[in-house]
Design a protein around this ligand. Sequence first.
Ligand code: SF4
Length: 237
Amino acid sequence: MKQKLEDLNKKFREARPEEVLGFVLKEHPGKAAFSTSLGSEDQVLTDMIAKIDKGIKIFTLDTGRQFYETYDTLDKTNGKYDINIEILFPDAQEVEIMVKEKGINLFYDSIENRRFCCNLRKLKPLKRALKGYEVWITGIRREQSVTRKNVELFEWDEELQIVKISPIINWSEKEVWNYIRAHKVPYNILHDKGYPSIGCAPCTRAVEKGENSRNGRWWWENSDTKECGIHLHVKTS
Ligand code: SF4
């Protein structure tokens, strides 16, 4: 697997994201899934994928703590592309127990609590969504944070046991927005209000112009590795 992924990374080093997506969808019919947070990067990929193959599984994780604007983006996106983005929810009973034992806003109390909440509301539904699939398509970019600067186009995700593909890893924020404008891609209006990265409402805030986009996520934590866990367990071997 390691050699195969290295070869693919070499082969597609200079390729356009559409070429990468075209290759992946052809090589893994019915076995590739795209997870969207409905943020700007993922909206670019939804536009590209919908123009190649509307049949691919596109899903989002509804943690129960999203912004209203995110649901609005979901609706607009389904309408524009005539698709039906699948919505995955966390296990209701597990959420009830967590909230009863740790409080509704447990994530502010400790990093452990925050990770517990992310695991239950995001990671577990993600695992469920990807079960039986060979390829997981994501919209992450190297420029987004220190935890993402070594991301490869094709990687092996050890925990999820799946090939992870990030077609726009080399794109800048400017390229993302140029694409959105050129192709009239619907986007979350919170991006116009200082939210470059949009997650759950209680864990996301606006940032100042020029500030790192990830600073608006879990801002009360003093950590360089602010991830929900979804993109933290990738190995290239
Ligand atoms: S981002 Fe916040 S509310 Fe959302 S799953 Fe993680 S800790 Fe819970």
